[in-house]
Design a protein around this ligand. Structure first.
Ligand code: RB5
Length: 149
């Protein structure tokens, strides 16, 4: 299941990604927002990130104007590795190397077509583990206050 949400700045690309999820029979829960009226992105980003962190969703997708604000919020939630992605290479690499569990995109940065392509790559790329596992564990250690250098 995919948790998805946005603010007004990301509504257009969120709707495009939801169309893609529907067309591909990918289960999702939409946390809003639903209209172009101005809203506060932390409300939506927090709900999506919490759904992932609590194990109620496999991945999260959050859209705002730039993808930046929602990524800042999501990365405050324990267990979340959220990435702002604007191109296909980074969509693939943040899954393969960082084991990202939340994809953040900006409706004022990328087109609807690009957002769908990036979501498709993100949702269909596996984490490699191996040498990357140690580094991802370090991120978790920092989150837990257990990282000593
Ligand atoms: C809203 O105007 C805008 O600040 C928001 O969508 C996002 O880009 C914040 O990072």
């Amino acid at each position: 299941m995919i948790a998805i949400g946005c603010d007004h700045g990301g509504l257009n690309i969120k709707n495009a990604v939801i169309d893609y999820l529907k067309e591909n029979d990918i289960e999702y829960k939409d946390f809003g927002c639903d209209t172009p009226e101005s809203v506060d992105y932390p409300i939506y980003a927090y709900q999506v990130a919490s759904a992932v962190a609590q194990g109620n969703a496999d991945f999260g997708i959050i859209c705002c104007g730039t993808g930046i604000g929602v990524s800042m919020v999501a990365n405050k939630v324990k267990g979340i590795r959220a990435s702002v992605v604007t191109d296909e290479f980074c969509a693939e690499m943040t899954r393969r190397h960082n084991n990202a569990n939340v994809l953040c995109m900006g409706g004022r940065v990328i087109s609807e077509e690009t957002a769908v392509k990036l979501a498709d790559i993100f949702l269909h790329t596996d984490y490699e583990g191996g040498r990357h596992a140690k580094r991802v564990q370090m991120i978790t250690d920092i989150e837990n206050g257990n990282f000593n250098v």
